[in-house]
Design a binder for this molecule. Structure first.
Ligand code: GAL
Length: 705
């Protein structure tokens, strides 16, 4: 979301509340205790369709009328959720066509949630009607400050297999391709005799032997799901907009698969909200010794993605207790300090609104182990005390509301490539590994980054503020995107690409060009051969000025592509002198059968340069690249900190704030190299300090000291 229609003007704390889960006699007391804790907003109603339409077309508003009026009296603000994630039993029983299903056509039945499909005309009609009823009745209620559409679009499942989906898929494809001939060509259906002779022969994926799906079909299917989701969201937001008060915002929560969230946010929402549950990292079925992926600190990766959608976002559900359904996903209770730490992690990454999930743990239902702030017994407890403590500190950060996250570099992504990894095994393996490893080493070396998604309308100016951009594996490359990258580099940017770049076109077919295809002119590299790293051989490495660099997972075996010369003549002078002073082989393979071949090539173009690494990224090779490119640890002049604390810099009106987050079970020492103001303690500090276990500090850098 490039422009937010709504932004919080002060740090605001909320909670998720389900009046339908509790006796009315508890409501007022709950609201008062919330207010005493600092909670000023409740998110309600997102699963409560029956409370408003208990029978088809019998609408009643008394339940939420009563609750909202009490909210008003208690000065509590409300975010009202539309209930479409949980259609009533009367609805799915009468209209089973609204249900989503498995690939084999078995329908998901009433009893859980999100079992509907986006494309059923009936579901669209009934959803539009309930949203219209809710928005027209409650839209002007003075307690309401915002609206949430549905709940976690594409959570639980992000694949749709109903008949309505197949019908809508055909319409989507007709619109995209016009003729069956064009579709057959784009999908390469001549392969295995898949040619379609009538639109009715096309379905959303159905079971096929050995998962041997047509990859080009699957790519379009992913695009189709995204479009269907956005359309469903937009249908609701357009209705709400007719009735809501000016200034009230529309959002949706979560960040799930197969949605172009950026497009959805841009086209439908005023602000984006996310649900943050960092303790998924501590699931009871996880290997306790596996600390490689940074555990709860790993949530910073998702928060970075959320920031790419909406820089000043909200957290609609912030974990406040142990997670777990009765059937799965159990985890331990957060340790003292962890709830505050996780909430501050969200704030550090851009959240100006923190709403905890949930006020009190439910005493019934699937989520009896998904704990909230209060436990079943409803007594004050240490979690409540910690939320109060969080609030005290959160309000001291008011001056940071709307501040900017300071990134040392950017990572480019685009949805063609994200979705291609859903079906392409090679692409998935390199992309997942690289994304993970770059995140980890960026965290460990205190090198903050932003993610930037390339869209149809991205222009070079959107990228220009990043001196360095990693685009790890742009397998699918379009002419437009290649042009954009050329422009970015020509104007002085440094672009870093990994293996498998540019060998597919938009429909997922491979190009008949030397790799990296459309990027070849920019990279100056020519991929002569490529292979997965053989599982039987020792890890492949390259020599970079005497340093050993890991070349994991997949290797592009390269030569410099010297302009104006044949590849053969380039080879004669390679690697010492490429005869083209713009192209340089920085590292050559040190083992495997391609020893001596180029592993990392740099080419200068205009004022910038492109680096092509012939493998996936690992912590080790990414760190070497950070050093070479001068982006590593940009905060080192301000602070010395061990790798297992996270550092974040936020900036506003020329003032700089440093977040220090300790995820460890023990305290950690840091050294401030300049005088700073401890925002929480309200004192000036410098030199060595101790951050307690799960502690968070925010320091304002004192500019003229
Ligand atoms: C979220 C969801 C909530 C609740 C919570 C705990 O994903 O939005 O409704 O289910 O998880 O499971």
């Amino acid at each position: 979301m490039r422009k937010q229609n709504f932004q919080w003007t002060e740090m605001t704390m909320g909670v998720c509340y389900y009046p339908e889960h509790w006796d009315r006699s508890l409501w007022r007391d709950d609201l008062r205790r919330m207010k005493e804790t600092g909670i000023s907003v409740v998110r309600i109603a997102e699963f409560a369709w029956n409370k408003v339409e208990p029978e088809e077309e019998k609408f009643t508003y008394t339940f939420f009328d009563e609750f909202l009026d009490i909210c008003l009296e208690e000065n509590m603000r409300v975010i009202f959720g539309t209930p479409t994630a949980t259609p009533p039993a009367w609805l799915t029983e009468k209209y089973p066509e609204v249900l989503n299903g498995r690939e084999d056509g078995t329908l998901y039945r009433h009893g859980a949630r999100r079992h509907y499909n986006y494309n059923s005309g009936k579901y669209q009609e009934l959803s539009a009607r309930i949203v219209e009823k809710l928005a027209s009745h409650y839209g002007k209620h003075p307690a309401i400050v915002g609206w949430q559409v549905d709940n976690e679009l594409n959570c639980e499942t992000y694949e749709y297999h109903s008949e309505a989906d197949s019908e809508a898929f055909r319409v989507f494809l007709k619109d995209k391709y016009g003729t069956l001939g064009a579709l057959n060509e784009a999908w390469g259906t001549v392969f295995w005799n898949q040619t379609y002779t009538a639109w009715e022969q096309i379905y959303v994926p159905r079971p096929v032997l050995n998962d041997g799906y047509n990859p080009h079909m699957y790519l379009d299917y992913n695009r189709f799901i995204s479009e269907s989701t956005i359309r469903f969201c937009r249908m609701q937001t357009e209705i709400i907009r007719k009735y809501k008060k000016p200034g009230d915002f529309i959002t949706t929560n979560g960040m799930f698969w197969n949605i172009d969230n950026h497009k959805m946010a841009e086209e439908c929402l005023d602000v984006y909200t996310y649900d943050s549950y960092p303790s998924f990292a501590f699931g009871l079925d996880r290997d306790p010794k596996n600390t490689k992926d940074l555990n709860d600190r790993h949530s910073s990766k998702n928060l970075t993605e959320v920031r790419s959608i909406c820089p000043h976002f909200g957290i609609m559900e912030q974990q406040s207790g142990a997670n777990g359904w009765v059937t799965r996903m159990s985890g331990p209770a957060p340790r003292p300090g962890q709830v505050r730490l996780w909430a501050m992690q969200s704030v550090a990454h851009g959240a100006d609104y923190i709403s905890f999930f949930r006020w009190r743990t439910c005493t019934f239902g699937t989520e009896i182990y998904w704990h909230g702030i209060l436990d079943y017994d409803n007594r004050d407890n240490r979690k409540l005390a910690e939320v109060k403590e969080f609030y005290r500190d959160f309000k001291k950060l008011d001056e940071l509301c709307g501040s900017e996250y300071v990134a040392a570099f950017g990572i480019l992504k685009d949805f063609d490539n994200v979705w291609d990894t859903n079906i392409d095994e090679i692409h998935r393996r390199v992309a997942e590994a690289s994304e993970e490893e770059i995140f980890e080493i960026a965290q460990l070396t205190h090198t903050p980054y932003n993610v930037i998604y390339l869209h149809e309308d991205t222009i070079p100016e959107n990228l220009a503020s990043y001196p360095v951009l990693f685009y790890p594996h742009p397998v699918i490359m379009t002419e437009k995107r290649a042009e954009l990258l050329k422009e970015y580099v020509a104007q002085g940017g440094t672009l870093v690409l990994g293996c498998r770049s540019g060998y597919k076109q938009e429909n997922g077919k491979c190009v008949m060009m030397p790799q990296p295809g459309l990027l070849r002119e920019l990279t100056g590299s020519d991929v002569k051969e490529f292979s997965f790293v053989h599982g039987m051989e020792e890890p492949v490495w390259a020599d970079w000025d005497g340093k050993r660099m890991e070349m994991p997972i997949f290797n592009d075996v390269m030569e410099p592509a010297v302009s104006g010369r044949s590849d053969e003549s380039a080879k004669e002078t390679y690697p010492k002198d490429c005869a083209d002073d713009k192209i340089k082989v920085l590292a050559a393979y040190g083992n495997s059968y391609y020893t001596g071949k180029a592993a990392l090539i740099e080419k200068k173009t205009g004022k910038g340069r492109t680096l092509h690494l012939g493998s996936a990224f690992s912590r080790q090779n990414a760190e070497l690249l950070f050093e070479y490119l001068g982006v590593k640890d940009p905060l080192r002049h301000l602070i010395e900190a061990p790798e297992d604390v996270e550092l974040v810099m936020r900036r506003k009106d020329g003032r700089e704030y440093l977040f220090v987050l300790n995820y460890q079970f023990e305290s950690r020492k840091i050294v401030l190299k300049k005088a700073m103001r401890s925002v929480f303690k309200e004192i000036e500090v410098c030199g060595e300090l101790e951050i307690p276990a799960f502690g968070v500090e925010v320091f304002e850098v004192l500019m003229n000291k």
